[in-house]
Design a protein around this ligand. Structure first.
Ligand SMILES: Cc1cc2nc3c(=O)[nH]c(=O)nc-3n(C[C@H](O)[C@H](O)[C@H](O)COP(=O)(O)OP(=O)(O)OC[C@H]3O[C@@H](n4cnc5c(N)ncnc54)[C@H](O)[C@@H]3O)c2cc1C
Ligand code: SF4
Length: 501
């Protein structure tokens, strides 16, 4: 039973960050590494604020946690100092809480009853509690390999080693199937490895979880593009079922703005991947912001990651541009009532480190020098409207054109879905108009025995959704192979229009 008065005694306290000057001088995570006693006691106080509200919207899939994390249960266990049972309850619904504890935007907190009114002191710091349970679990040796007792004799190929593929693989290995994860990159992890920068999640956090999966029996093959290095015929011959967890990595480009082909104008991932590789020890990043005026186009998460990366590389200036107006700092009930995911200004730690953000502006032209290298951008104030057919239209709001210095321009304007690849052609699987792979209610694609999960199914989304879909697909594959499944599966829609969170 939770403490019903906890939230009256304590207000929400965020985890402390390292000073800006210190953190931009390295690539380590931005949050302060507190001594264990202080951390555990602060987090127990935060968990005490969870008040047994009766209907915990935080752990429901439609507005709260897509994994159905048992948040009030483990908040109370942490309050009482029972980290071992809290770890058990957390891992019951989430394969990788150390990833979500660091990376999740926490829709659960937006749906917390204490977030209805600011007077209640703010939502319970659920994500912070989750990360601490996960970290304590590793420190105390509570995360052990779970080996299957009986082998099914069935073989499953998982294509892609991002969070969706890893969650599916772990679940299916634990159910007794022989699982091989194929990854075309040289290292495992998908966007956890080469998209998300170290300062959000250090790669050692990923590596220790991969070691657990290996000990449980999951096999990994890197540097293997399925459909090319392993043909579709070989795939079908060697495996009883296939899970496509190939992500949605087709970056959206700007094909209309004059000057796009100038040197120095790049897609965001052309900046982030080599920067992550440099942290892995692969040598200096080819596209480096050091000493440059950096302009990031696109106001979302990927743009914020470019922002923090450019700050650490020593950019001369950083400006992030967004075509949309600046959102309000508090939830606007008319537009996004509690408990839905609110439209509010999201400020990432990177935004405190350098530079500035500009809203309601659009690039009119990239201006180059005589060597064909971008040096400036022409900028205009705009408004985003919808035309009669509901299509987005960007309308200039003034005649005035502003010139911004720009030696490195990074396009962080989203992803268009799954890349076109020989694997899908070979399997005869078409892409939807959104660039994703559709499936039936059993997560099976149009190719029999071939299943899909994660960004490949949802379109570019979140780590928490990737893990949730990986768990669900594992249940479906287990049922396909054996007739039934005891694997737990979050209750999430796989055919309905997908939530934007
Ligand atoms: C820069 C950036 C920052 C982000 N930050 C956050 C964040 O802070 N929080 C959050 O929740 N989400 C974040 N996201 C989103 C999150 O990373 C994704 O939603 C998540 O990684 C999707 O997981 P996935 O397993 O479906 O795909 P991915 O992680 O994309 O993995 C797909 C893998 O499949 C491999 N692959 C593809 N085709 C083949 C093939 N034919 N053969 C073999 N391998 C193949 C790819 O190489 C890749 O490794 C971010 C995304 C980006 C781009
Ligand atoms: S995974 Fe995300 S939504 Fe779920 S409890 Fe953790 S922070 Fe909240």
């Amino acid at each position: 039973m939770a403490d019903p008065y906890g939230f009256l005694k304590h207000t929400r306290a965020e985890a402390k960050k390292r000073p800006v000057a210190e953190r931009v001088a390295d690539w380590n995570e931005v949050y302060l590494d507190l001594d264990q006693q202080t951390r555990d006691s602060e987090v127990r106080t935060q968990a005490t604020r969870c008040m047994d509200c009766g209907i915990p919207f935080c752990h429901s899939g439609s507005a709260g946690c897509p994994l159905g994390n048992l948040i009030p249960e483990w908040n109370d266990l942490v309050r009482r100092g029972d980290w071992e049972l809290a770890s058990e309850r957390l891992h019951a619904t989430n394969n990788f809480p150390e990833f979500t504890g660091r990376l999740c935007p926490a829709p659960c907190e937006a749906a917390c009853v204490l977030a209805i009114t600011p007077d209640a002191g703010g939502a319970v710091a659920i994500k912070r509690v989750e990360q601490t349970i996960a970290d304590v679990s590793w420190e105390q040796g509570l995360v052990r390999p779970t080996q299957a007792q009986v082998s099914s004799g069935r073989k499953v190929a998982v294509v892609g080693s991002g969070p969706a593929g890893l969650a599916a693989a772990q679940q299916l290995t634990r159910a007794g199937h022989e699982v091989t994860v194929f990854e075309r990159d040289d290292r495992l992890g998908g966007l956890l490895r080469y998209g998300i920068p170290e300062f959000k999640m250090e790669k050692k956090v990923l590596d220790r979880r991969l070691a657990q999966l290996r000990k449980e029996g999951t096999k990994f093959v890197t540097g293997c593009e399925v459909g090319v290095d392993l043909t579709v015929e070989q795939l079908r011959e060697r495996f009883d079922a296939v899970v496509l967890a190939v992500g949605a990595l087709r970056g959206r480009d700007d094909t209309t703005t004059p000057g796009r082909s100038l040197k120095g104008v790049h897609l965001a991932m052309e900046h982030l991947v080599p920067a992550n590789r440099a942290c892995e020890g692969d040598g200096p990043a080819g596209i480096d912001a050091a000493g440059k005026h950096v302009v990031i186009i696109g106001g979302g998460d990927t743009g914020a990651d470019c922002y923090g990366t450019a700050a650490r590389q020593g950019a001369a200036s950083i400006v992030q541009l967004d075509q949309y107006p600046q959102p309000p700092s508090q939830r606007d009930d008319a537009r996004s009532p509690w408990p839905v995911w609110p439209w509010v200004l999201r400020t990432y730690p990177a935004h405190e480190e350098a530079g500035e953000r500009r809203f309601a502006v659009a690039v009119e032209e990239f201006v180059g020098d005589e060597d064909g290298h971008v040096r400036q951008i022409k900028l205009r104030k705009v408004r985003v409207e919808k035309d009669a057919s509901g299509r987005r239209k960007v309308v200039p709001m003034s005649e005035e054109v502003e010139l911004l210095p720009a030696d490195l321009v990074l396009l962080a304007i989203g992803f268009e879905g799954v890349e076109h690849m020989p694997l899908l052609d070979g399997l005869g699987i078409p892409l939807t108009s959104r660039g994703t792979i559709s499936c039936g209610s059993d997560w099976q694609t149009t190719a029999p025995g071939v299943f899909v999960c994660g960004d490949a199914h949802r379109g570019a989304s979140l780590v928490v959704w990737a893990i949730a879909e990986g768990r669900s697909v594992a249940n479906a594959v287990d049922t396909y192979l054996t007739g039934s499944s005891d694997l737990p599966s979050p209750v999430i829609p796989n055919q309905l229009p997908l939530a934007v969170v």
